[in-house]
Design a protein around this ligand. Structure first.
Ligand SMILES: C[S@@+](CC[C@H](N)C(=O)[O-])C[C@H]1O[C@@H](n2cnc3c(N)ncnc32)[C@H](O)[C@@H]1O
Length: 256
């Protein structure tokens, strides 16, 4: 018996991995995290599978469901949105599984931040402009570690991706403004890859009003940084004719 902790991707069922689809359609118990898990993924479950939504359960209840599956020697597909390793609240579950001697395995998924970058048609890292992506959130009811407050992180001026922060957009703008400046581009992607996806683009100066006007209050990724609009970035070394790497030798001066 094993618990498969599965990333179901950002919402589009075509962004499920083959491995996720195979496990969801074969495990006798499917326990999924609620609304953003694609309904098509849940519909793949076996007709006789026990399918449960964990969104109203406590950790104790989730563990009890999984312990019962262990007692019945049934594999569990524990289905999470996006990729389980990012704000997935899976660590506390895995700690409990380890205490109970329940075997588990993580199956990665497409995170919503990757899906957001994809629908914006942007690369998050650009040569000489930003080579660092910070995945974080604004401080709400969950306190942030002291060294990870947005004002601290802003000092790097790296590409910044915020989860779980759309209702705190005002605080985000206030914290970032001193380092990034009011003209810094910001994009908000609501329900990336879903049929009701919305994209709002602006700057730190005006993004708050644009988000309000669009009526967006949940399930959004906020991306901040010059990579969103830059067109005059340098080419990468990877494809430069004068750059040797493991798969290609640079051409000599006299070579055509
Ligand atoms: C509990 S976290 C889970 C993140 C997930 N593990 C991932 O890798 O995308 C939920 C937050 O992820 C973001 N999110 C999840 N799915 C999204 C989507 N399809 N579009 C935009 N944001 C999404 C939102 O910021 C939402 O508040």
């Amino acid at each position: 018996m094993k618990v498969f902790i599965i990333g179901a991707g950002p919402g589009d069922p075509e962004l499920l991995t083959l491995r996720a689809a195979k496990l969801i359609s074969t495990c006798p118990v499917v326990l999924y995290t609620g609304s953003l898990v694609p309904s098509e993924a849940i519909a793949m479950a076996r007709k006789d599978a026990k399918v449960l939504d964990s969104s109203s359960m406590t950790l104790d209840k989730i563990v009890a469901v999984i312990a019962a599956a262990r007692d019945a020697n049934q594999d569990v597909a524990r289905v999470h949105t996006g990729d389980p390793s990012i704000f997935g609240s899976v660590a506390e579950q895995m700690r409990r599984f380890a205490e109970l001697g329940i075997e588990y395995e993580i199956v990665p998924g497409v995170s919503s931040f990757s899906a957001a970058a994809a629908v914006l048609g942007r690369e998050l890292t650009l040569p000489e402009l930003s080579q660092t992506v910070i995945l974080t959130r604004a401080e709400g009811r969950t306190p942030m570690p002291e060294r990870e407050k947005l004002r601290e992180l802003a000092s790097h001026r790296a590409t910044l991706v915020l989860f779980l922060s759309i209702t705190l957009i005002r605080d985000v703008v206030d914290a970032l403004m001193p380092e990034y400046g009011g003209e810094c581009p910001v994009s908000v992607v609501h329900k990336a890859s879903c049929p009701d996806q919305k994209i709002v683009a602006g700057t730190l100066n005006d993004i708050q009003g644009r988000v309000r006007a669009a009526g967006i209050r949940s399930q959004s990724i906020i991306i901040v940084g010059r990579i969103l609009t830059s067109t005059d970035f340098a080419d990468s070394r990877l494809y430069a004719p004068n750059f040797t790497h493991g798969f290609r030798r640079a051409k000599a001066e006299n070579e055509k």
